[in-house]
Design a protein. Structure first.
Length: 128
C-alpha cells in the first residue's frame, strides 16, 4: 500500500465498511463513475481518486454490527457535470437527502445503497 515514494505523513484514503461489497462495488464504479478499482477482491475494493488518495470499500465481517449510516464517515466528491450526475443518481433511485450552499458551492448529500453518506458538489462555483 505505501511505497518508498509516498510521503510518510499523508492521507492515503478513506475506508467505508459495507455489508454487501458487490452491490457497493457496482454503485461506486458504475453510478458514481469512479472507474475500475485498482484493487478488487471479495473483501477489499480500492478506487484511486487522485494520485495518492483512494476510496476503499471493506467487506464487514459476518455478524459485524455496523453503526447506522448517518453515524458513519462521509466524504465529499467534486463533480464537473453536477447536473448529469444528479440525473444519473435519480435514475438509479437515489434522491438527495439534503441540499445546501457552502462557500459559493451548491452541495448535495446522498446515501449509498447501504446508507453511507456522501456529498456531491460542482467543480464550478454556483453563480446565483
Amino acid at each position: 500500500m505505501i511505497d518508498k515514494d509516498t510521503k510518510q505523513n499523508s492521507l492515503y484514503g478513506v475506508i467505508i465498511k459495507v455489508e454487501n461489497i458487490d452491490v457497493c462495488r457496482s454503485f461506486y464504479r458504475d453510478v458514481l463513475e469512479l472507474g475500475a478499482p485498482v484493487i478488487d477482491s471479495n473483501f477489499w475494493i480500492e478506487f484511486k481518486l487522485q494520485d495518492e488518495v483512494s476510496l476503499v470499500l471493506e467487506q464487514a465481517a459476518e455478524g459485524e454490527k455496523l453503526p447506522p449510516g448517518r453515524d458513519r464517515i462521509s466524504w465529499l466528491y467534486r463533480i464537473e457535470d453536477i447536473d448529469g450526475m444528479l440525473a444519473k443518481l435519480k435514475e438509479h433511485g437515489h434522491q438527495p437527502h439534503a441540499e445546501d450552499e457552502r462557500l459559493g458551492y451548491k452541495v448535495y448529500q446522498f446515501l449509498d445503497p447501504e446508507g453511507n453518506p456522501f456529498y456531491l458538489y460542482s467543480a464550478k462555483e454556483d453563480k446565483k
